[in-house]
Design a protein around this ligand. Structure first.
Ligand SMILES: [Zn+2]
Length: 381
């Protein structure tokens, strides 16, 4: 008898256990009406139901007027609804409250940064980012946002410091190419302000970041030229050619300035000759060499140089143009005709300016950062 009762009790236990287990599985999440108004408002904000969210948040703010975070959210919803003025007003009002904690202060500042970015007031955004960083120098969100604004402002010194701190905090490898570009831009700024020595330190730093970034060698060469240290300048141009031959043409104008200033004409020719021998596809070197030879009146030789370059790079428009142009100057109509109509059409010189591939901004000189759209290394001829 006792065994039967025990068995019954056991069966009942299993049945109840199973029932409650099933109940727990099928339990529905809290309904919205059971949430408090703040949570409800946040859910609605996440769902993109901005009008309902605004209502819930206002209700929550009424219940808890001291709560800074509810007011911040109200401002954010208004910003999303396009009412930037009221959003900013709410966030600015919050700043005037007394006894704010650090977290509250930072949250308000963060909302203001986004407001100012939306209002296209980058200087104000940067000012508030700096206030966040004054409260917490390791605030990664603020550091990341600062980078964008510092680049726009061209404050490369601060950019370098910020990028280094961010990389340490995130334990990420630093983007060496980016750092080389920024160090070089800072070097350019210093050199332009007459601080050649400081500028050169930045260029050397850039080379440490990326041996194959051409503009740092170019910057060094230009700063040495300004101080009439010509041989050191030429050394840097040679280093550029050695480490990034594909960018050699960037150094041509400077090289010619330095050597012509000192009447070292033969060396210019030798430099280009060596380049064409070592790098068969550097069309700019063939063109530069042919121009030097033309200056000496040796047109046949110039023609031979261009023909050689054209044979090696038959589809290159620049060399096609230069070759066709020289033929025309020399009245070699038959040979010009042989090149075909295709090339005849191209008797307008290929453009010599640099264009941003992302936004179409044009510049006379090669650029590494687009001042118009903020892209990096987006320029080409
Ligand atoms: Zn651009």
């Amino acid at each position: 008898m006792v065994e039967i009762l025990l068995l019954l009790a056991f069966i009942l236990l299993i049945l109840f256990g199973g029932y409650f287990y099933y109940q727990s599985l099928s339990r529905k999440p809290l309904r919205r009406s059971e949430l408090d108004a703040f949570e409800k408002g946040l859910y609605e904000l996440l769902d993109g139901d901005l009008q309902s969210s605004l209502k819930s948040l206002h209700l929550a703010a009424k219940e808890d007027p001291e709560n800074v975070f509810i007011r911040i959210r109200i401002g954010e919803v208004l910003r999303k609804l396009g009412d930037l003025d009221r959003a900013m007003k709410i966030h600015l009002e919050l700043q005037k409250r007394e006894h704010l904690s650090n977290n509250e202060r930072i949250a308000i500042l963060r909302a203001l940064v986004v407001d100012f970015e939306a209002a296209n007031l980058p200087q104000q955004a940067l000012l508030h980012l700096n206030q966040i960083l004054a409260l917490n120098k390791d605030h990664t969100w603020a550091l990341e946002h600062s980078l964008k604004h510092l680049a726009e402002k061209g404050d490369w010194g601060a950019y370098l410091q910020t990028a280094r701190r961010l990389a340490t905090l995130q334990q990420k490898n630093i983007d060496s190419r980016r750092m080389a570009i920024v160090s070089t831009l800072e070097g350019d700024r210093l050199v332009a302000n007459g601080k050649g020595k400081d500028g050169r330190l930045r260029y050397r730093e850039a080379i440490k970041y990326d041996l194959n970034f051409p503009a740092s060698y170019l910057g060094l060469a230009e700063s040495y030229r300004q101080e009439k240290r010509y041989d050191e300048a030429l050394q840097e141009i040679n280093a550029l050619v050695e480490h990034c031959p594909e960018y050699a043409e960037l150094a041509f104008p400077l090289l010619e300035t330095i050597l012509f200033e000192q009447n070292r004409f033969d060396e210019v020719e030798k430099f280009y000759q060596k380049l064409t021998q070592q790098h068969l596809h550097l069309v700019h070197a063939y063109v530069a060499l042919s121009k030097i030879v033309q200056r000496k009146g040796e047109y046949e030789k110039a023609m031979k140089i261009l023909k050689e370059g054209l044979d090696l790079n038959p589809s290159n428009e620049l060399i096609q143009f230069e070759y066709a142009n020289l033929l025309r100057q020399m009245n070699r109509v038959d040979e010009l005709a042989k090149l075909g109509l295709d090339v005849m059409k191209r008797l307008a010189p290929p453009t010599s300016s640099y264009v941003c591939k992302k936004c179409g901004f044009t510049a006379e000189k090669m650029r590494w950062y687009c001042p118009s759209c903020g892209s990096w290394e987006s320029f080409s001829r």
